[in-house]
Structure formats: structure tokens, C-alpha cells
Design a protein around this ligand. Structure first.
Ligand code: C5P
Length: 240
């Protein structure tokens, strides 16, 4: 893979407070292209944190996992898109009309121009197993449920999915070449797993069909975050 392409494929999850997030952003500027702002940072700091990252030249993956009635989700997606976020998550479990409303809301933020905020769906959270699904009355196998929600997302105009590297190949097959397939649970060979269990290396995730990989602590917790990021880019250039 070309170096410029590799840089575009790695999303750095900055799961920390504002000060550290901005410090990391300043360090990674000129190296990383994407940052992921999750719920914790967003709820603490609000839309301003997304704008600050955008002003520093980053694309922002705003991981808010929206799930409410379609009217609310339309409004939330529009507001989220107005921060300049490039990628926004919603829950597939909100069903078709809610997913279509999210895409509508993101489109409305473009004020008649082409939509610039892509919307991707979480299918089944990786923290949920068969037993957890059964506890909320879902009896189909996890993989079948993930397939169903991914198809539903795609049928409702959603741009892709978030999934584990283990599901990436199946999602790519199901959704086709143009879809976004974004995978967390990525660890460079030798990196600490933290609380992640089923992991893949960056090049394995891309080879499985991921369009983008999300990597947090192996970069943000490293003594040299830029070095850790560059090592991932180098791995992708060499192996993907
Ligand atoms: O630090 P780490 O690389 O584990 O960070 C992964 C990021 O991806 C975190 O922001 C986490 O919330 C997110 N994520 C995940 N697994 C999922 C969905 C999201 O690790 N199934």
C-alpha cells in the first residue's frame, strides 16, 4: 500500500481528557489524518472539541452511536454533522427508518451541497455475546444478526459498518467494494492487548477487508505516539 493511502486508513482513538487530547493532536499533526472522538470526550467537552480537531487539520470520526426515535436521530445527526465531523456512528438496532433519518440529518447539514459526513452503523456490539442477545429477546445467532443489521443499514443509505476485524471479510462481501468497513480491536504485533481480546494486526485487518482501522492505546499510551503511529503506517506500506 502507498504511504499516503496507509495514513488515510488509520484512525487514532483519543479516549482521554481535553488537555491530553489536544496535546496528542498537536503531536500527531502532519502524521495522522484521522482522530476518533468518543462519547466520553464529546459529552465532557461538546461540539467544540470536534471543531478544534478539524481546525488542526484532522478528519474526525465522531463515535456517538446514536439510537433514538428517527426524529431525534435526524436532529442529532444534523447537529453532529454541523461540527464538521467526517464520520458518525449510529446503532443498527434502531432499525431502518432511524438509520435513514440519520443519513437525512447528515445531508441536511450540507445545506444543499453534497453530504460530507459519512454515517456508519454498529451492528451487534462486540461486548454482546449470544447470551446477552438472548437476554433482550434476540435468538438468532450473533453473526446472522450482524448480517441482518448490516444489510438493513445498507438498504437505508448508510455508508458502512463498524465491526471487529473477524467480521470484516464477511461485511466486505455483504456490502461491496464501496462500503466503509471500520474495525477497532487492532493491535500491532507485540502491543499490549488491554481489554481487547480478539485482535488483529493492522495489515491483517486491512487484508480482511477493513477500509479503516481504529487504534487507540497502542498509540496514545506509547512513550512516543508519533513513532507508534509511524510504525503502523510502515507495517501497512510493507504488508498491506
Ligand atoms: O485503545 P483501543 O485501541 O482499544 O481503542 C479502540 C477504540 O475503539 C476505543 O475508542 C473503543 O471505544 C472503540 N471500540 C472498540 N470495540 C468496539 C467498538 C468500539 O474498541 N467493538
Amino acid at each position: 500500500m502507498l504511504e499516503a493511502d496507509a495514513r488515510e486508513r488509520v484512525i487514532v482513538a483519543i479516549d482521554c481528557g481535553r488537555e491530553r487530547a489536544l496535546e496528542l493532536a498537536d503531536e500527531l499533526a502532519g502524521h495522522a489524518r484521522w482522530l476518533k472522538v468518543g462519547m466520553t470526550l464529546f459529552y465532557a467537552e461538546g461540539p467544540q472539541i470536534v471543531r478544534e480537531m478539524r481546525e488542526r487539520g484532522f478528519k474526525v470520526f465522531l463515535d456517538l452511536k446514536l439510537h433514538d426515535i428517527p426524529h431525534q436521530v435526524r436532529g442529532a445527526a444534523e447537529a453532529a454533522a454541523r461540527t464538521g465531523a467526517d464520520l458518525l456512528t449510529i446503532h443498527g438496532l434502531g432499525a431502518g427508518p432511524m438509520m435513514a433519518a440519520a443519513v437525512d440529518g447528515a445531508s441536511a447539514a450540507a445545506d444543499g451541497a453534497e453530504r460530507t459526513t459519512k454515517v456508519i452503523a454498529v451492528t451487534v456490539l462486540t461486548s454482546m455475546d449470544q447470551q446477552a442477545l438472548a437476554s433482550i429477546g434476540v435468538t438468532s445467532p450473533v453473526a446472522e444478526e450482524a448480517d441482518r443489521l448490516a444489510r438493513l443499514a445498507s438498504d437505508n443509505g448508510v455508508d458502512g459498518v463498524v465491526c471487529s476485524p473477524q467480521e470484516a471479510a464477511r461485511m466486505r462481501e455483504l456490502l461491496g467494494e464501496g462500503a466503509l468497513v471500520v474495525t477497532p480491536g487492532v493491535r500491532p504485533a507485540g502491543a499490549a492487548l488491554g481489554d481487547q481480546s480478539r485482535v488483529a494486526t493492522p495489515s491483517e485487518a486491512i487484508a480482511s477487508g477493513a477500509s479503516h482501522i481504529v487504534v487507540g492505546r497502542p498509540i496514545t499510551g506509547a512513550d512516543d505516539p508519533v513513532g507508534a503511529f509511524e510504525a503502523i503506517v510502515a507495517e501497512l506500506v510493507e504488508r498491506a
